[in-house]
Ligand binder design. Sequence first.
Ligand code: B1M
Length: 233
Amino acid sequence: MADEDDIILSELSDDELVLQMHDDLYDGLKEEIEDGVRILLDRGWTPYDVLTKALVAGMTIVGADFRDGILFVPEVLLAANAMKGGMAILKPLLAETGAPRVGKMVIGTVKGDIHDIGKNLVGMMMEGAGFEVVDLGINNPVEKYIEALQTEGADILGMSALLTTTMPYMKVVIDTMKEKGMRDDYIVIVGGAPLNEEFGKAIGADAYCRDAAVAVQTAKDLVARKHNQGVKA
Ligand code: B1M
């Protein structure tokens, strides 16, 4: 028999359910997050709204308490695992737009950095928008990026960093591309919580993208611009 404190997710209103999902994410309850995602989808929510309003918003609360020393690494790992459970359900739906292939992107988190949720989100949204995505995972040295760009015939390099100590590594990658005379062959976009527009410019990226939606729009614009230049040449 259900305990009287048990919460039946399906009986909550949308607003209550979203708040409950923020709590469940905070508590690292993967199954509850997966159930919540399915319920919102059944109620007609778009995958993008579920992602941003239930999952990403919940993770922001986790981030604040991690920063303030209220949550620690093991708890945050559980929250990340729950978030990934929800994202796995949304991934095929976000990729299901039937959009024609618009370009190919190699994406990875930079050396020394193991944060991958934002990077995964960007990859998912890019796939949903019709890009082919080659995901190099986390902790990528410059050689791995360069090799993938060359062997995959990619149009775009996407780098993610979540730490102030790892974001300078993006410049190492771009400088190496310059040394090898291959920088102008690719569009380079960068993102991650500690970055900003100014940093993106300073390291020689084509664009800094605040979030996954901006990354998609920016990539589309830059690919279109590159193709137009190609036509004129
Ligand atoms: Co880490 N961590 N963490 N962590 N962690 C942060 C980043 C931190 C800000 C927390 C804090 O103090 N408030 C802090 C960094 C401080 C700093 O450098 N300024 C921090 C720290 C210090 C650490 C450790 C050093 C902790 C320790 O060990 N003492 C350690 C480092 C490990 C390492 O990488 N070497 C560490 C470890 C971890 C966990 C393993 C526990 C876990 C990661 C699990 C995983 O990713 N699989 C973790 C998590 C989960 C976080 C927080 C709480 C959440 C990050 C996240 O997933 N956010 C984070 C706090 C925060 O960011 N508020 C924190 C949700 C995600 C959707 O957002 O990744 O920002 P985000 O992605 C966004 C945008 O940034 C953008 O789009 C996404 C949204 O649409 N974006 C791109 C990201 N990449 C992009 C690329 C693009 C375009 C846009 O183009 C290519």
